[in-house]
Ligand binder design. Sequence first.
Ligand SMILES: [Ca+2]
Ligand SMILES: [Ca+2]
Length: 185
Amino acid sequence: MPLKYGDGIDDIGVGSSVNNSTLQIFFYDGNGNLLKILSKTGGYDSHMRPVTRLQNGNIVVSEGSGYSRDPRGYAVFNYNIGNEIWYYDVVPAHAITSIVDMDKDGKDEIIASNGNLKQYILDYNLNVLSNLDLKGYIELVNDIDGDGNLEIVISDGPTIRVLEGNLNEKWNYKCWQRYNKHYSL
Ligand SMILES: [Ca+2]
Ligand SMILES: [Ca+2]
């Protein structure tokens, strides 16, 4: 994940798999110097990685695990102190997030999914703004019909669905078979 920390040069955040019950994210500057380590404990098959940096400098983190089930959700870390300040469990697994200002209030929302069960829109403190019991992985977030409002495109394989910003379904298209994923916008 490239991050800017005020010096105009991208810094780099790298996640890790668990090592002796410890999960870590390493931040390096553009010259490879280690700047910061964020860490927490996790189960024997867990991992975590940085998703993005919030405007206040905190880091949104994606955390996953297999049979150990610890952790499996999204978190926010205080970059300066290095500790986890928020955690939201989206059992049983989680997919790629998009972070955009969905409702145009000037603050980013986190578009999250656990793929098989549920879709979520979280605020920047990981409070749930909307959720929907609907299967599907988030493919992209964009204004695909050009009306000025963002849509969320999800798919569960045979069906592509387009959701509005409040997670209401706009339309869906059944492909009836697994398609070769390719999106371009
Ligand atoms: Ca917003
Ligand atoms: Ca739109």
